[in-house]
Every structure is written in C-alpha cells, then in structure tokens.
Design a binder for this molecule. Structure first.
Ligand SMILES: NC(=O)c1ccc[n+]([C@@H]2O[C@H](COP(=O)([O-])OP(=O)(O)OC[C@H]3O[C@@H](n4cnc5c(N)ncnc54)[C@H](O)[C@@H]3O)[C@@H](O)[C@H]2O)c1
Length: 258
C-alpha cells in the first residue's frame, strides 16, 4: 500500500457501522494512514467486502459481526479486536439507523430500536473499549452525531433525540476520561450521500431524485460525500487534534451556518 501518511501508524482503530457509507470511507482512509482497522457491523456481506478492499490495497483489517446494541456482542467484539490486532487506540462510534416519524407516528418498537443502536450502542462500545484505550496510555473516541443533534428536524423525533444525546454524552465522556489521555469528540455530518440518506427518502415516500435535491438545498448546494466526512473524522481521531476534546465538529456544507 502507498501510505498517504504515517499519521495513524501503529494504531488500531475499531469502526462501528464500518461496512458502508461514512464508516466504510473512514476505514479505508484510516488504513491509508497506517492504522489496522476492525470493521464492526451487522452486515455479514458488506463487512468482509470492505476488509478485502483494504487488504487488496495492502492494509490490515478484520471484520467482526456485531450488533452494537447487544451488550454481550459488544464486549466480545472489543475483546476480539484487541486480541486479533494487538491493542486498541481509536474507537469510531458510527453505526446508526433512522426513523422518519413524529412522536405520535413512531411505533414503540422503532423508538426502542433507534435508541438502542444510536445511543446504547455508543455507551456499550465505549464502556468496553475505554479500559483498553487507557491501558494503551490513551486514545481517541469519535462519536457520530448529526446536524440534527444540534437542531430539530421534522418527522425525525427519535433520531433527533438520540443524536442530541450523543452530542452531550460526548462532553460527559470527555470530562470523565481526559485524565487518562483519552480525547472524546463528536462529528456532526449534514446530509451525506449514503444508504441511510436514501432510506430517509424511502420512509418519507419522496422520490429519490427529489429527496436528494431537497437535501442539497444548503449554502454549498450539494450533499456531502462519505469521504469528506471521513477526512474530518481522521482529524479528530489523530494527533492533529491533540488539544481538542469534548467538542463537536459540524461538516455540512454550511447547512447550520445560517
Ligand atoms: N448520511 C447522512 O446524511 C448522515 C447525516 C448525519 C449523520 N449520519 C450518521 O452517520 C452514521 C453513519 O451513517 P451512514 O450515513 O454512513 O449510513 P449507512 O446506512 O450507509 O451505514 C450505516 C452502517 O451501520 C450498520 N449498522 C446499522 N445498525 C447496526 C448495529 N446495530 N450494529 C452494528 N452496525 C450497524 C449498517 O449495517 C451500515 O453498514 C450514522 O450514525 C448516521 O446517523 C448520517
């Protein structure tokens, strides 16, 4: 592999939701900067495919199938990543799902599932990973929030609730673990061209092209790419942001600027 840099050389990164979208782009980017990567995802098809792509480029990666909402699986997955890759230095809590409904329209089971994946998953993976980061002398955690963790969005009640919680959980974790040299930050993407965005259009019953045009209505007049979000995650995960903790980085083409 031709390394883009040695920014993450010798580091092991665990990426949840690493089989697609923002997680996949970040896994590939981290590998090109020298990290060994554990791709953690529920998808048994797309996860191994990302590993093959990284290995074909000369990088080091493993796939670990895991539902981040399940405490037993979360703990076993962290332990397996550490055992297979020789430690843990970076945790990217990125797995997420959406539900485009108001409170009244949201089925109780959907509320519980979105909270379980988007919020409990961040808690569980962090709970089991932090002792390993501390043992390594420190590390970084990046949580994926959303622009809708900072402002409300229509017909997205549980999604907004979980992403707002992730933003403040980030601050709480940053306070608790700063003395262990663990920095914790949050990335808040705006609409980004992934399967999740397409799923939102489907749930709302809006034609895909029309939904994408609506999502692009922001100062930069387009949605983001997963690769653009990954570059910002790299900043927060690496020593380039060595004095940054407890903060939120918005990457949204100016969507929240006005
Ligand atoms: N795409 C956007 O417009 C956008 C905007 C803001 C925030 N986000 C956030 O970015 C993150 C990544 O989303 P994306 O857009 O890349 O979506 P995506 O659907 O392309 O990827 C999400 C990945 O998470 C995995 N996943 C889902 N549930 C899981 C679980 N229980 N355990 C483990 N893995 C699971 C999926 O299999 C998938 O591979 C999410 O947290 C999402 O809320 C996305």
């Amino acid at each position: 592999m031709v390394l883009a840099s040695s920014l993450l050389a010798g580091k092991v990164a665990l990426i949840t939701g690493g089989a697609a979208g923002i997680g996949r782009a970040t896994a590939r980017l981290f590998a090109t900067h020298g990290a060994a990567v554990a791709i953690v995802d529920v998808s048994p098809e797309r996860g191994p495919e990302v590993v093959r792509q990284i290995q074909a480029e000369g990088g080091r990666a493993v796939f670990l199938r895991c539902d981040v909402a399940d405490a037993v699986q979360a703990e076993a997955t962290v332990e397996s990543a550490v055992a297979q890759l020789g430690g843990l230095h970076i945790l990217f809590n990125n797995a997420g799902i959406t539900c485009r409904r108001s409170v009244v329209e949201t089925p109780v089971a959907d509320w519980d599932r979105v909270v379980a994946v988007n919020l409990r998953g961040v808690f569980l993976m962090s709970k089991f990973a932090i002792p390993h980061l501390a043992r390594a002398g420190g590390g970084t955690i990046v949580n994926t929030g959303s622009g809708w963790g900072l402002k409300g969005g229509k017909d997205a009640a549980v999604y907004c609730a979980t992403k707002g919680a992730v933003v403040n959980l980030t601050r709480a974790m940053a306070l608790d673990h700063a003395a262990q040299h663990i920095r914790v930050n949050c990335i808040c993407p705006g609409d980004t061209d992934t399967a999740l965005l397409a799923e939102e259009g489907r749930q709302l019953g809006v034609e895909a092209g029309a939904f994408l045009r609506e999502a692009a209505a922001r100062p930069m007049q387009r949605v983001g790419t997963p690769e653009e979000i990954a570059e910002a995650v790299l900043f927060l995960a690496s020593d380039q942001s060595s004095f940054v903790t407890g903060t939120t980085l918005v990457v949204d083409g100016g969507g929240l600027a006005g």
